[in-house]
Design a protein around this ligand. Structure first.
Ligand code: DP6
Length: 338
């Protein structure tokens, strides 16, 4: 079976509507919001490239007020019109092509084009999971426009086909995305974890808003194909997932922060050992890491994680907010549980 047929079969098995009704708007507009998510245990490497099925499970926290708000309506032309933060996106740009190709997976052939209006309050493509909240909010907006009545688990499966990490962007708080074992990916979706940690804060340290030199998609594939160290990654993930859950259970912040930091650094180590090497570190990134390690030695419980970009996300508790602000005056602080 071709992968596109697998995707259509998955889509139609999730829907409650008859296949000929799936692309008929039930309102003038559909609206969806999705928070961005930051992985504490990363998704890095796919067992199926076309279905975005991950090699391992992963675990994230959502940033509740940072994300994407997307509105969709039918567009009376033979192309999708995409507006990102009030600016029309060029039709043959990578962003527009990726979005339209995603929609082509579900809509009837060469018809049903959309006007898509996306508003994001995070930098696009700088390692702050803009594709995760972008695809999750788009799928929620489609669910609204076409009245599919899908539950979040199903939306998570559909959004995953756009970008893997989007599978985790449907809930606030801690979310696990299961790797699953099925070839069609029906068991690979996100699920919220029933832990709350009201004091937990994330600090976004934006050191560069320039587009990343290589996409996470390409970088993870290169890692899987060329890094000898990648063989240890699944073991590291299994260990870290267990420790993170234990840390949540016993509310042990140093254990949570340290495990997240070590997980991110291990992911970057697999990238550095790829060929050609993948390096998302900028001089500012390294300088910030040293500052964090030094303050930690002096007693501050401050940790970081880093994705496919030069920016760091700081992890700390509310009681240390002022100290963190003094250390990094430009930091944007988000409370994970409001
Ligand atoms: C480093 O979800 O962007 O942020 O599935 O190819 O779209 P695709 O990749 P993407 O990768 C995210 C990688 C990461 C780690 C993570 O969020 O878990």
């Amino acid at each position: 079976m071709k992968k596109s047929d697998v995707i259509r079969a998955v889509f139609h098995s999730l829907l409650q509507e008859a296949p000929n009704k799936v692309w008929q708007p039930q309102h003038e507009k559909g609206l969806g919001f999705a928070p961005t998510n930051i992985a504490l245990c990363k998704y890095w490497g796919k067992r199926d490239i076309e279905l975005n099925l991950p090699m391992t499970s992963s675990l994230s926290i959502a940033l509740p007020d940072k994300g994407a708000l997307t509105s969709v309506s039918l567009h009376d032309q033979s192309y999708d019109r995409i507006i990102l933060n009030d600016q029309e996106v060029v039709r043959d740009s990578a962003f527009a092509v990726r979005t339209s190709q995603f929609l082509d997976l579900f809509r009837p052939q060469k018809t049903g084009y959309l006007q898509i209006d996306i508003k994001m309050n995070i930098p696009v493509a700088a390692g702050l999971a803009s594709s995760a909240c972008g695809f999750a909010s788009l799928v929620s907006a489609l669910n609204d426009l076409f009245d599919w009545k899908l539950k979040k688990q199903s939306l998570s499966i559909l959004a995953r086909l756009g970008s893997g990490s989007a599978a985790r962007s449907f809930w606030n708080g801690f979310v696990e995305w299961y790797a699953g074992v099925r070839p069609d990916g029906m068991d690979s979706f996100g699920e919220p974890l029933a832990f709350e940690w009201p004091e937990l804060c994330v600090g976004i340290l934006t050191m560069s808003e320039v587009e990343k030199p290589i996409s996470s998609r390409e970088a993870m594939q290169r890692t899987v194909n060329s890094s000898l160290l990648y063989g240890s990654w699944p073991k590291k993930v299994a260990q870290d997932l267990a420790i993170l859950k234990q840390a949540m259970q016993v509310t042990n912040f140093p254990l949570l922060g340290g495990t997240a930091e070590s997980n991110a650094l291990t992911m970057h180590a697999t990238m550095l050992s790829s060929w050609p090497p993948v390096c998302y570190f900028m001089p500012e990134t390294i300088a910030a890491m040293h500052k964090i390690w030094k303050s930690r030695k002096e007693g501050l419980e401050l940790y970081f994680t880093q994705d496919a970009g030069p920016n760091l996300k700081l992890l700390f508790l509310e009681q240390d907010k002022e100290q963190v602000q003094q250390l990094f005056p430009s930091v944007d602080i988000v409370k994970v549980f409001e």
